[in-house]
Design a protein around this ligand. Sequence first.
Ligand code: 3PG
Length: 312
Amino acid sequence: MNQEGLSMLKILANDGIDQIAADCLSQQGHSIYTDNFDQEMLKEKIGNYDVIIVRSATTLDASMIDAATADGANLKLIIRAGVGLDNIDVEYAQSKGIGVRNTPNSSSTSVAELALGHMFNLARHIHMANVTMRQGQWNKKHYNGIQLYGRTLGIIGFGRIGQEIASKASALGMKVLYYVRSGKKEGFDDFTFADLDTLLSESDFITLHTPSSSDNRPIIDKNALTKIKKGAYLINTARGNLVDYDALLEALEEGRLGGAGLDVFDVEPPINPKLMNHPKISMTPHIGASTEEAQRGIGAEVCAVITDFFEK
Ligand code: 3PG
């Protein structure tokens, strides 16, 4: 038992953890392990721990949960150090008596800033200007851009991150439309609720901030891409399966879509060479929550979640 009266726990942070959480948990007398087991090895080891903490790189599917609940296994709690739970079979874990928690409060600003970063990239061709200058080119005339000021941003999904980007975009002088399945939200009168078709047809920039749908069907599919304003830009820092990337490439080729800013992909890392080399795509390797501030906040949330879970 530690000072808080909790049993000492063995905690595996399979995708790493901020020092804040590591320090806080060790101060409580728990043992933190930061081995990074691959999926196969993890199946053998997971039952040795009371708690596993993961980011999006580790998948905890039904077969992993079975391993974690086999005879003699100890696992009691899964923590997703981040927001999206789509790499975890939450329902199955809970049906087997394992608690599942995420840490949704700390990364909104970082994700919203990255989405804005991609918008600036696309508006001013920063991603390509950077690449071509490194190749010795000086394409001053080639990179005529647009301003964000005065343009319309359409936000699909209006939770913490959607709201955060709405106020930042508004401060930049953008008009903000938002769509969320449940309808207009109270208390956001500075922004305009729009149905999905209106948002697609009126926005210069469209940004996604919604979880994957339960059947994993993309919200931006071939049909949606026929409805967008010609030359609009699409930003996806949410989940790869929200977009049909083949249809996106087609829309880029046809000039219906002006460009795309992508931090998440249907397959990670992405393998489609057309996607990887397209000059109208600004891309980052799923780094929306990868800032000092977000990871520090997530670390503090992780520590609080563990204390709360085991106290109860
Ligand atoms: C999330 O769901 O929190 C983000 O997509 C970040 O994922 P990561 O923790 O794997 O970077």
